[in-house]
Design a protein around this ligand. Structure first.
Ligand code: GLU
Length: 512
């Protein structure tokens, strides 16, 4: 019988969710949706030392902003509660004990100090200490100690961890959905802690117990877990759960723009772009890290960019909305190699998504920014939906972010107070004064006002003055807008209106 497809996103609430984490969630979600399955959110908070207040809510808010819906889990509930590992503490111990009883795990009484000593000793010999088949018989655990010694330690309630006993000289093999068949030499795998001395499970044990109990069919996670995968395969085997083991898929890393190393939490603001979906204020230091949302990105653009960072649809299509992503997504088009973050491409996605936004919607959003920037009153026609929508249509091809519009298009809202000096000193000739005066008069006589009429009038007036229109065109722009470049000239002239254009021309002529 085919099992219902169930994937999960299982972040640890140790801070804001990195964009790499969002991508993991996105791929797991797309895979579930593509297969008419469920997507779960499980919070892996067993490491109490690294718990950060607010991080869980941040994760939920970030997924929500991206449009990644949760079918089951923290924030929505479901039939496999609780979904926070700290609330499942009691469940894990019995699985750890089952492994001890079957001889596949053991008690390790080593103190933190003893382990530190082992590490130091190894370092002195230029080696790295590993708790495993090569060293465990010389350490303080129930494999090396006698039965009586172990009994005594346990009866005295001496603190212990439970470790997995990795077999010697075995090749551990499994099929990764992205990498294909992968094999590991068991001698290179350490005896992972399953249960810590505080009674909390580690990730290794907890995620397996939970994936099993929550009926997860596909565990899609970051590449950093690949080296631990052989231990996970063994745990399933020793618990007799191999048949229920989910398929593992290890996603490629997100790399820094130069391709050198993993894109880390610290990179973003250092390299001039956000690495977090939403802005984050560190609760202990107050330090603020920028977010894509606050930087003016659309969630559609952010998600589209992330989807393409490590996956390709197998066609040339680059722009995908969520439904298109669901339809196109498959794990066999996820790349094995790391994906390099590209800021320019990310902005490009935003521009593409801006072009797809209705002008009316952008107009509504920029209205408060225009009002603040210009100080024009709420009932002014320049703040009307119609006027703003027309401005948006003109400005759209000139910006990457809608929030640039009020500043980039400032002359659509306010007459210039300065004029581009480079253009004036390069192009201005005193004899042009009669042309511009005549132009202003000709505009005045026009009954109708349109970009075509204004342009036609501009040309004929130039001819009458024996001037090539090209000689005075940029000056005209500068007189009206103050700037050397900007939105399409005559459509701008139409939008500003006849009176405003004449007024601006006259002011400018006084100035030159
Ligand atoms: N808590 C783990 C992490 O944040 C989850 C890895 C997984 O998806 O299994 O990396």
């Amino acid at each position: 019988m085919q099992r219902r497809i169930r994937t999960r996103f299982a972040p640890s609430p140790t801070g804001p969710l990195h964009m790499g984490g969002v991508r993991t969630a996105l791929y797991a979600w797309l895979f579930a949706k593509k297969n008419a399955g469920d997507f779960l959110l499980r919070i892996e908070d067993t490491d109490q030392n690294r718990f950060v207040p607010g991080a869980e809510q941040y994760i939920i808010d970030a997924l929500h902003w991206c449009g990644i819906t949760i079918d089951e889990g923290v924030s929505v509930g479901g039939t496999h509660t609780p979904y926070r590992q700290s609330e499942r503490k009691e469940i894990y111990r019995s699985y750890a004990m089952q492994l001890v009883e079957s001889g596949n795990a053991y008690y390790a009484f080593d103190t933190a100090h003893q382990l530190e000593q082992q590490r130091k000793n190894a370092e002195e010999k230029k080696e790295t200490f590993s708790y495993g088949s090569a060293t465990r018989m010389k350490l303080n655990n129930s494999l090396a100690l006698s039965v009586d010694e172990v009994k005594e330690l346990l009866s005295k309630n001496v603190a212990y961890a439970i470790r997995l006993k990795i077999p010697e000289n075995e090749t551990i093999t499994f099929t990764d959905l992205i990498r294909g068949v992968v094999s590991f030499d068991s001698n290179l795998v350490d005896d992972k802690v399953l249960l810590k001395s505080d009674g909390m499970p580690t990730y290794h044990l907890a995620h397996i117990v939970d994936d099993y109990l929550m009926e997860i069919t596909h565990a899609i996670r970051g590449e950093e877990w690949l080296p631990s995968a052989p231990a996970h395969i063994l745990i399933y085997r020793y618990l007799g759960l191999t048949a229920q083991m989910p398929h593992y898929a290890h996603l490629p890393l997100l790399l820094k723009p130069d391709g050198k190393g993993k894109l880390s939490k610290r990179d973003g603001d250092r390299l001039g772009f956000p690495v977090f979906p939403l802005e984050w204020k560190d609760p202990s230091t107050g330090e603020v890290s920028s977010g894509y949302r606050e930087s003016g990105y659309y969630p559609e653009a952010f998600v589209n960019m992330l989807a393409m960072l490590g996956w390709n649809p197998g066609t040339a299509q680059e722009i995908f909305n969520m439904n298109e992503l669901i339809a196109a997504f498959s794990l066999d088009h996820v790349h094995k190699a790391g994906a390099r973050f590209d800021l320019e491409k990310t902005k490009w996605y935003n521009t593409q998504w801006m072009l797809r936004q209705p002008n009316e919607a952008i107009a509504k959003r920029i209205k408060p920014m225009v009002a603040t920037r210009t100080g024009i009153s709420a009932d002014d026609v320049r703040l009307s939906d119609n006027y703003l929508t027309a401005c948006v249509a003109l400005l759209k091809p000139r910006v990457q972010f809608e929030k640039e519009m009020p500043e980039k298009g400032i002359y659509l809202f306010k007459a210039p107070s300065e004029y581009d000096q480079t253009v004036i000193s390069k192009k201005w000739k005193t004899e042009f004064i009669s042309f511009f005066k005549m132009l202003s008069d000709e505009f005045m006589t026009l009954q109708d006002w349109s970009s075509q009429l204004a342009e036609q009038t501009f040309k004929t007036t130039a001819e009458k003055n024996n001037i090539k229109p090209g000689e005075v065109l940029q000056l005209f722009r500068v007189f009206v807008s103050g700037q050397a470049q900007g939105v399409d000239l005559f459509p701008m002239i139409q939008l500003l209106g006849k009176d405003e254009v004449i007024k601006r021309l006259e002011t400018a002529l006084k100035f030159v």
